[in-house]
Design a protein around this ligand. Sequence first.
Ligand SMILES: Nc1ncnc2c1ncn2[C@@H]1O[C@H](COP(=O)(O)OP(=O)(O)O)[C@@H](O)[C@H]1O
Ligand SMILES: [Mg+2]
Length: 305
Amino acid sequence: MIKSVVEAYSRLAKRDLRILRIIEAGHRRYEFVPQKLVERWARYRKEEVRDSVKRLHYLGLLRRNLSPYLGWKITAAGYDVLALHTLRIRKKVAKLSPTPVGVGKESVVYAGESPSGFKVAVKFHRGGVSVFRYEEAFSAKVRRYQHLRQVYETRLSALAEFYALEKVFEAGGLVPEPLAYNRHVVVMRFIDGVELYRLDSGDLEQVVQDLLETLHVALRLGIVHGDLSPFNVIVSNRTYVIDWPQWIPLGHPSAETYLRRDVSNIAEYFRERGVEFPGDELLKAAKGGNDSGRRFLEYLKKSLL
Ligand SMILES: Nc1ncnc2c1ncn2[C@@H]1O[C@H](COP(=O)(O)OP(=O)(O)O)[C@@H](O)[C@H]1O
Ligand SMILES: [Mg+2]
């Protein structure tokens, strides 16, 4: 069995990657893309195509279906490889750690290196859907391509996260700088630090100040994090908020509920350590709401496939 996306990727030849791309394109019409069509579309000899799909299957990048016809379906690992390949070609990622640095509920995160040598975090989304994501643009697509539902969901997660990171970062919030995304994968600056829940010393007052700053910036943009907790905060020389795919636009009917939960999660952490977290300020700042949700949906329509 293959241990990691890096290992699988390293075993592929150019032809294998081309065949994988062809199958990906075929998924627009087929859940299992017929072997016969792959052979026709690929301009290789039949034996070469068979050799490639055999290897892709062996590496866990394809699932096989035998009846009523021989066909292939790309696995989550297969999409990982495709995204990694694109990000390498586009010179966004040069190297990737052989094992993940973080495995969350909804993603696998690897440390990597950019071509110019700085450290990046490469986040492979595995799913998870927020209330907000199931609106218009998206639900129509999902209905049309039922068999690609999971693929769309993971891509939507990545897009939503990239969008929030970009907006909050540009406005001066303390989040990892977003560098690129492709398919269901987001590349961002690596924050060398320790998650807040593991922090055992340090200036908590400064941590509170940094968090307030970032959360205020986000709220001004109409962005509610939606999964804020000591697990999604990394303390380095400054304090960064990570993990944004499930953000909710202010103005969404559930936004206030999520904001209250975010604030109380984080306030509890500080209360237990005898430090005040002025959550009310944030709740007050959130009054009004804006049209961040609509703007994001427009962005989605342009960006999603
Ligand atoms: N930019 C980053 N820099 C350093 N580590 C990161 C970064 N992004 C994520 N991680 C690590 O990966 C873990 C999972 O990432 P996260 O974005 O929280 O996704 P999940 O939704 O799976 O929790 C984090 O808890 C953290 O340890
Ligand atoms: Mg997390």
